[in-house]
Write a protein that binds this ligand. Structure first.
Ligand code: ADP
Ligand code: MG
Length: 423
């Protein structure tokens, strides 16, 4: 392989593995990555270093050209001094068996870089993007110059100058691209989390008003019955009836508050087998006050015994978001139907249908875009986006049909969990 092929191959591998790792960690290991961030960086950068060194170009005097410097520097900068030292050790565990006189230059240069990277890694995370990019470019350029000077001085051999030139350019461009890439992905993941959070806050605050309203009703009713119980002349039957009704009403108030609080509080991310019907019932309990507020009648047609796998609170939020939109599409009242069915091929469909304002094809096309909302300052335009993300995460699909002034229908299709398949 010629030098350029080797370097491009190195760069492509670093880019793909960095992206895959970041994506995978953000999607599946976000809780894990807080605790084991450093080992993960060592693992990923270590693999990249070994890959780069296996696909390298060995020039005269066993002088090796590859892009191992990129994972070595970035791993150290993002992981900190300890990671930096471990990566240094990994590099030499692989480099020593190759041997050759180039090894001393390599050792000295890599050590210098490791010390420098360890030193600035403490501050690096706080740098703004431009400063981060300048730092890594600075390191790559200095390293190239260092190699050139040493090669010229020690070997008294300015040949392969051309090699060093190509190497320097690729290294600098490569480290720039990879850093930029890491930063963009990090920002994206962060934004995504912030979006899900801000949508939840919006739902929580909207529901708060109607929940407190709904809780007041049972309290008023209970108070009325208690008042009547004061009358010593009422019959035993009536007394029992009043007491039971009062207790039921209090239970209802308690359920509403409990559901609301469990929705509002931060949730752990545990994937489990969840009952579709139970989660829908829970969401409904929470949203019914909101529906009443808009005179929306909720009808349900739920099949029991359907299980899917996912994070219950997220699924719950997803159902809530869709129903909430449906209710908001019917400010003058209307019907909202929610039904579940088992489909062939081990699938379950959840249909949520409203008789509200509907959407034009143009609006429908925009649905799910972040910040797309027709509700002015009352909307966040994040609800549907969050729904798409959650359903996608659960391995499902979602289909929306809508006609202006007639209504909208959301059809969610999810794979049934194994629990169904074995019973
Ligand atoms: P928000 O509700 O904050 O506006 P969403 O992401 O939940 O944000 O919804 C985005 C937009 O999609 C809404 O503003 C609305 O125009 C449209 N939409 C969503 N669901 C429905 C529905 N059931 N009927 C009509 N329009 C809807
Ligand atoms: Mg919404």
């Amino acid at each position: 392989m010629d030098l350029l092929t080797v370097l491009v191959l190195n760069l492509i591998f670093i880019l793909i593995s960095t992206f895959a790792a970041q994506y995978f960690i953000a999607e599946h290991l976000s809780a894990f990555s807080k605790k084991y961030g450093k080992p993960l960086v060592i693992l990923i950068a270590g693999i990249q270093i070994v890959f780069c060194m296996s696909f390298s170009l060995i020039a005269t005097k066993n002088f090796i050209f590859d892009l191992r410097l990129i994972p070595l520097v970035l791993g150290g900068l993002y992981g900190g001094p300890v990671v930096s030292v471990v990566l240094f050790l990994i590099t030499f565990a692989v480099r020593i068996p190759i041997g050759g006189s180039g090894i001393w230059i390599s050792f000295f240069n890599t050590l210098t870089i490791t010390v420098f990277v360890s030193y600035i890694s403490v501050l690096f995370k706080e740098y703004p993007l431009a400063k981060k990019l300048c730092t890594v470019v600075g390191i790559a350029v200095s390293y190239t110059i260092l190699i050139f000077l040493m090669k010229a001085a020690i070997f008294n051999d300015p040949s392969e100058l051309w090699f060093i030139f190509i190497y320097g350019i690729t290294l600098t461009a490569g480290i720039f691209i990879v850093t930029y890439f890491i930063e963009i992905t990090k920002q994206n993941n962060y934004l995504h989390k912030a979006m899900i959070k801000s949508d939840k806050i919006e739902v929580v605050s909207h529901l708060a008003a109607s929940v407190s309203h709904e809780v007041r009703n049972p309290l008023t009713v209970t108070r009325g019955f208690l008042q009547m119980l004061k009358d010593p002349s009422i019959s035993e039957d009536k007394r029992l009836f009043y007491l039971n009704t009062a207790i039921d009403e209090l239970d209802r108030a308690e359920t509403i508050i409990k559901d609301y609080l469990s929705f509002a509080k931060p949730q752990s991310r545990i994937t489990s087998t969840i009952s579709v019907t139970d989660e829908i019932e829970k969401a409904l309990e929470l949203i019914v006050p909101y529906a009443n507020h808009f005179s929306v009648k909720i009808k349900k047609d739920l099949m029991t015994g359907l299980y899917v796998s996912g994070e219950a609170p997220k699924f719950h939020q997803c159902i809530l978001n869709i129903i909430k939109n449906g209710i908001e599409a019917m400010p003058e009242g209307g019907d909202l139907l929610i039904s579940t069915r088992e489909k062939e091929n081990e699938l379950v469909t959840i249909v949520i249908k409203d008789t509200g304002c509907g959407m034009s094809p143009k609006q429908l096309a925009k649905l799910g875009e972040p910040y797309y909302s027709t509700k002015a300052e009352k909307g966040t335009g994040l609800g549907v986006m969050v729904v798409y993300k959650i359903i996608h995460e659960m391995g499902g699909t979602i289909e929306v049909q809508s006609k202006l002034d007639e209504g909208t229908q959301f059809v969610i299709t999810l794979p049934l969990s194994n629990l169904n398949l074995h019973t």
